[in-house]
Design a protein around this ligand. Structure first.
Ligand code: BG6
Length: 479
């Protein structure tokens, strides 16, 4: 990729996300030469930091052997203390932006990164326009972090607030799972291989299982998490995005417009449940103390009576031509046994087993997204030797020596935003259909207060999540 010229203005520049993800990602782009002399970053937040302090924070957030390079990089960063509601502050911001634009010869390209509470998005977007911080001679793109609303209604309001000032093509809604290498690999697998493409439908696929398990607890995000819960935090965005990539029809081309069009159709085809169906098809639960770890209700700043789910599992359907009748089992939770993101595609059994005395194992295509990227296929082969015994074998389709080359999701997504490629960002309609599905689940849960199950820290979730599959004569492949 060629060198880019851009001024980033990061709202929420002192925050955790900026330090953990954005600065390291920007540094990688700098190290690779995608960002070089013609870039600058303005960090803004309420705290009264100096440029020097900010640059120290930036330097401390990246790890690199070449300290000289880190120092050079940090010189591109400036800080402005900013109250997003105060118009005067935008006047100062404009001057600073112009000064940096000239100093680094940026040419008017601007990326506004909103890494703060969504309730400020509209105000910020409005001020960027009214105070003319958007430029006439370069591009002006807005990158927004999650959560994009807390239900369809609030997401729609948020979208309208931003949409008054920024066109859809300039709004880049982050879902960092779309920046993960193995998630992006779904396209190559599905549409680059006839053996998978032709089998990718309800005639050959028995069921799909998606697990996003985390071993960490709620950590320091109690305030946000209490009002979100696992359904909003992980299902509405990351899981449904993965569902859309797995079930969408083949796009006319590998391009932003064609891919997003098909993803929208897939999400539109999600079967939205009635309250009674939610009860049958969804499980929610909360972690309780075990293995020396605190339960959710004992965590700092969590309501001791909290009804927030830290785990959600469900069976969902995408009712399009290829997937209606294929159950898609999903689950996600905090304080589970391990950190793992994986997808298992379980194919139907061979009709008529000729090896009458032996059971055939299922063909399973597994995409491990994390911690180690891996794609494997489970097949039946003959055991070497006399007689005729079968054995299961795993073919690994993704070479292990490629692991160290996998870039961080944020690095890839920022690089995409720099060139204006929104393929791996979520279109408003995707967000809208996802919320409509999730709202129906949430609505049913809010009506049945008693239905919150529990699971011990370090387990794989509540038994109800296993029963969900057992009721269909299936089990979780990943245990
Ligand atoms: C975020 C959620 O979107 O994704 C967090 O808000 C979660 O609660 C995180 O921990 C998981 O991301 P990753 O990349 O570590 O799997």
């Amino acid at each position: 990729r060629t060198k880019q010229q851009a001024l980033f203005i990061i709202f929420g520049g002192t925050g955790d996300l900026a330090k953990r993800k954005l600065y390291p990602a920007l540094f990688e782009l700098y190290r690779k030469g995608i960002l070089s002399e013609h870039f600058a970053v303005i960090g803004t937040a309420r705290r009264p930091w100096s440029d020097e302090h900010y640059q120290t924070v930036v330097r401390n957030s990246v790890s690199a052997d070449d300290q000289q390079q880190v120092n050079e990089f940090s010189k591109h960063f400036c800080y402005q203390s900013h109250n997003v509601n105060d118009t005067k502050h935008y006047v100062t911001l404009k001057k600073l932006a112009e000064r940096l634009d000239q100093k680094f010869k940026i040419g008017g390209n601007r990326l506004f990164y909103l890494a703060m509470s969504p309730r400020f998005f509209g105000t910020i977007a409005g001020h960027l326009k009214s105070q003319k911080i958007v430029t006439a001679d370069g591009y002006n793109r807005m990158i927004v972090e999650k959560p994009f609303g807390r239900d369809f209604k609030s997401a729609n309001e948020l979208n309208q607030a931003i949409g008054q000032y920024f066109a859809e093509k300039d709004v880049f809604r982050i879902d960092h799972y779309l920046g993960k290498e193995m998630v992006q690999n779904i396209f190559a697998l599905r549409f680059g291989n006839n053996i998978f493409r032709s089998l990718w439908n309800s005639r050959y696929i028995d069921n799909i299982q998606i697990t996003l398990s985390e071993s960490l607890g709620v950590e320091e995000r109690a305030g946000y998490y209490e009002t979100a819960g696992a359904l909003r935090d992980m299902v509405q965005n990351h899981i449904l995005q993965i569902v859309s990539l797995l079930t969408m029809n083949m796009p006319a081309s590998y391009s932003e417009t064609d891919i997003r069009r098909e993803k929208i159709c897939a999400l539109k085809a999600l079967k939205v449940y009635q309250p009674q169906e939610v009860k049958q098809n969804f499980v929610r639960a909360q972690y309780v103390a075990a293995n020396g770890l605190k339960g959710y209700r004992q965590e700092d700043q969590i309501d001791p009576q909290s009804q927030t789910e830290t785990f959600a599992a469900g069976k969902i359907f995408v009712e399009n031509e290829n997937f209606s009748n294929v159950p898609i089992y999903i689950r996600t939770g905090k304080r589970l046994q391990t950190k793992a993101t994986r997808i298992d595609i379980i194919f139907k059994a061979v009709p008529g087993n000729i090896f009458t005395t032996q059971q055939l194992a299922d063909n399973i295509l597994t995409i491990k997204v994390e911690p180690e990227g891996e794609i494997s296929l489970q097949v039946n082969t003959k055991k070497v030797g006399q007689g005729y015994q079968l054995q299961q074998q795993q073919f690994n389709l993704f070479p292990a020596d490629k692991h160290q080359l996998i870039p961080e999701a944020y690095e890839k997504l920022l690089a995409d935003a720099l060139v204006g490629d929104a393929t791996n960002f979520t279109h408003w309609e995707e967000v809208a259909y996802s919320w409509k599905f999730v709202d129906a689940v949430r609505h049913a849960w809010d009506q049945q207060k008693a239905a919150l199950a529990t699971y011990p820290c370090g387990s794989m979730g509540p038994k109800q999540a296993d029963q969900l599959l057992a009721a269909d004569g299936r089990h979780w492949i990943f245990n």
